[in-house]
Design a protein around this ligand. Structure first.
Ligand SMILES: [Zn+2]
Length: 129
């Protein structure tokens, strides 16, 4: 079985990390409220209180060689860029911040302009009311 053999595979795999994107601290509140978007995660880093944004990344095992297994045991993490505090996110938490990460990426890479950014941001925020 796949799950049983996974333990054996891990010895031959290395853990890799990929940055997914960023979320700004003010996007970590529900729109126009003081309520945190993610109940567990303070919009301002609880360790240093000094972050303008968080970095979201993922770590996973990538099989070496030609096994067509893709990414295994993916973990999504939110990281403070100032003090490097790391918190693991569960799937549901990641899904709620994913739209913000996506438009932040589009804006930073120049794929949308500021007008489109604000428009899309409003559309996302409407969903959280
Ligand atoms: Zn911090």
């Amino acid at each position: 079985m796949w799950f049983i053999s996974l333990g054996g595979f891990k010895g031959k795999m290395k853990r890799d990390t990929e940055v997914i994107g960023k979320i700004k601290w003010h996007q970590m509140f529900k729109p126009n409220t003081e309520e945190w978007l993610l109940k567990r995660i303070n919009p301002k880093c609880e360790n240093c209180n000094n972050n303008d944004y968080y970095i979201i990344d993922t770590t996973f095992y990538k099989p070496l060689g030609v096994l067509p297994l893709g990414k295994i045991d993916k973990i999504i993490r939110i990281i403070c860029p100032k003090c490097k505090e790391v918190i693991e996110l569960d799937r549901e938490e990641f899904v709620s911040i994913r739209p913000f990460i996506k438009i932040n990426n589009l804006f930073e890479s120049g794929k949308i302009d500021e007008y489109q950014y604000k428009y899309r941001l409003e559309k996302i925020e409407e969903k959280y009311h």
